[in-house]
Design a protein around this ligand. Structure first.
Ligand code: F6R
Length: 613
């Protein structure tokens, strides 16, 4: 959601900023722009639409001189996506330009204050207020002007700011919205995310809450909220630039689907000791703390929330701890009944989802311990949690999550076994058997991914359907929700998921001849119930694709009652089943969207990292 890049050094800034923005395209945007400081002036270029428009307008940056600049891809919040509302915004005097990610909640109040001071506005954005406010305080000391302005801002912001009369520096500042600093030799950078920096450096600093970086060619100085210098650990990014490239695949999503066996292995294997026991590497949550906890809350958004739903079934069954799964956007306003006896597990790929971050803070304020399951090292959620377990999925670029989802599942499965063992609900041998099943999952995933032709064929039959329903019971219901989300977000086909037993309480009225229903029946204990539900929708004319681990009896006497297609999955036990079930759902969504010609990696209106409430 919005991408920011910034550069100061010996090279021409504009081409470099455009290249950086290309690497952030996955975040979702509807316009792009850049501002470059040259000979005491700020040159701003911006355009609605794809980055290509800006690239063509500036001859790929060649016609914009200057060695210091900021760039932005905008995902509209205040004001429609158009040229004027695009970032960067320039102050009325032309002295300051700024890019912004986030939402300034008190912008109306600030706008009227600035209007009284004689400022006029050209855009409908909250961001323009910030640039005028900095301009208002600017007396030749950029850091002091930015600090004074920031003190007045409410909401979330990551900012990159340049000054016409300061070709020697730019400023970056963040609150509740991610920003990283890249350290080079004789050049330095900022970006919303690491992929934008990898062509230039692997040395990065993640700015903390309300920290400000003054970035010059020679170095970067970071200050806290009070203006006191902060020393930061410099992180060395180990994954190579290629892992954020498509590597021969048509889309990042397909590449990331195919990377799941390796990502799963990377997440699980290093946490298994030679004797087959689990070492999670928790720093603060002791076994005693896990033994004494009375309940667990799992809090997340979107697909991460679906992982939480799967984990609830597993934890309650195996470790016998009551679990509540909560949408992060609801949790904060729910007055949740949590305290020191509660463990709150936060699941987030990006580690920056604002609703989830705010839920984490709410949980901590109420005295709960917070364990986060996060993919992005050093992200806000990781830093602010009591303890963190990283999913080692590598960078996930496609907006629709696949490999991060799978590694979240893997880590939650591992955590469930560990918790059950610590609480005496599994014997050593039972725990080892579960661990072995987990260790065998990557090979099973590879086998599933070897031949995708059946799913391509099914996609070719049904890609033009208007509505597609998913149904399942228990864990399969959680998977049905994920399958439905994946399909609708990238193919734009209307889709809903239902607990199969719930259909006859309303939804079945939507089933008509030809409606496609995807029935998940991987749970052996609920197999017969699912077969009845399949018959119910078949009796109303639905076309059914069934996913199962148990053979489905095909009734030759009543051909119309049988599913139209059956996809068999290997039986790997209840805990590991979701890791396999999700794969055909991801592939089906992918191939349907491909046949429909959708923008698979960057679906309309969506952003990879949702940093607004
Ligand atoms: C769906 C998807 C989203 C994310 C959600 C949470 O494919 O990717 O639903 O799961 O926005 O994001 P994170 O996990 O980064 O907090």
């Amino acid at each position: 959601m919005c991408g920011i890049v910034g550069y100061i050094g010996g090279k021409q800034a504009a081409p470099l900023l455009l290249k950086g923005l290309e690497k952030l395209e996955y975040r979702g945007y509807d316009s792009a722009g850049l501002a470059v400081v040259n000979e005491g002036e700020i040159i701003v270029k911006k355009a609605r639409g794809r980055l290509l428009m800006l690239e063509e307008m500036t001859e790929y940056g060649a016609c914009v001189d200057g060695r210091l600049g900021i760039g932005h891809t905008r995902w509209a919040t205040h004001g429609e996506p158009n040229d004027v509302n695009s970032h960067p915004h320039l102050s009325l005097s032309g002295r300051v330009a700024l890019v912004h990610n986030g939402i300034v909640e008190n912008y109306a109040e600030l706008r009227s204050f600035l209007s009284e001071e004689g400022y006029t506005f050209v855009s409908d954005t909250d961001t323009e207020v910030v640039v005028q406010l900095i301009d208002h305080y600017y007396r030749g000391d950029p850091a002091s002007a930015v600090r004074k302005a920031a003190e007045q801002l409410r909401g979330s912001f990551a900012l990159g700011i340049v000054f016409a009369d300061r070709p020697d520096l730019f400023i970056a500042l963040r609150k509740d919205s991610p920003l990283v600093v890249g350290l080079g030799r004789g050049e330095n950078f900022i970006a919303s995310d690491v992929p934008a920096l990898l062509a230039h450096t692997r040395q990065i600093i993640r700015l903390g809450e309300l920290e400000m970086a003054v970035v010059t060619r020679e170095g970067v100085t970071v200050y806290d909220h009070f203006g006191v210098k902060v020393e930061h650990e410099v992180l060395n990014i180990t994954w190579d630039a290629a892992s954020a490239e498509k590597g021969g695949y048509e889309h990042f999503m397909l590449k990331e689907i195919m990377e799941q066996p390796e990502a799963f292995r990377r997440t699980v294997a290093p946490r298994i000791k030679d004797d087959g026991t689990i070492e999670l590497g928790l720093q603060k949550l002791s076994d005693d703390a896990l033994r004494s906890l009375e309940r667990i809350y799992i809090v997340a958004c979107g697909s991460s929330y679906h992982v939480g739903m799967v984990a609830r079934y597993a934890i309650e069954r195996m470790a016998r701890v009551p679990v509540t799964v909560s949408l992060a956007s609801e949790f904060r306003y729910d007055n949740p009944m949590i305290g020191s006896e509660t463990l709150v597990i936060i699941i987030s790929q990006s580690g920056e989802t604002l609703d989830t971050l705010f839920a984490l803070r709410e949980a901590k304020e109420r005295g709960a311990r917070v364990l986060s399951i996060v993919n992005v090292v050093g992200s806000s959620i990781a830093v602010e949690s009591t303890d963190v377990l990283y999913t080692w999925a590598g960078p996930e670029i496609a907006v629709a999550t696949t490999k991060a989802y799978s590694t979240q599942l893997a880590l939650m499965q591992l955590f469930t076994i560990y918790l059950a063992r610590v609480r005496g609900k599994l014997t050593d041998n039972e725990a080892k058997a579960e661990v072995n099943a987990l260790l065998a999952t990557p090979d099973r995933l590879s086998a599933l991914l070897k031949d995708t032709s059946d799913l391509q064929f099914l996609a070719s039959l049904y890609f033009n359907r208007r509505d597609i329903f998913f149904m399942g019971r228990n864990i399969d219901y959680a998977l049905a929700l994920e399958g439905s989300l994946k399909l609708k977000e990238i193919s734009y086909i209307h889709s809903e998921a239902y607990a199969a037993g719930e259909l006859k309480h309303g939804t079945i009225s939507l089933i008509e001849p030809g409606t496609l229903v995807i029935a998940l029946c991987t749970g052996a204990s609920l197999h017969e119930k699912m077969i009845s539900n399949i018959r119910e929708v078949k009796a109303r004319g639905a076309t059914v694709i069934a996913l199962t681990t148990t053979p489905i009896y095909i009734d030759p006497e009543h051909p119309n009652a049988n599913p139209d297609h059956v996809i068999y999955l290997p039986d790997c036990g209840e805990l590991c089943a979701p890791s396999l079930t999700v794969v055909p759902l991801q592939l089906l969504a992918y191939y349907v969207a491909l046949l429909k010609g959708c923008d698979i990696d960057k679906p309309r209106n969506l952003a990879k990292c949702v940093t607004v409430e």
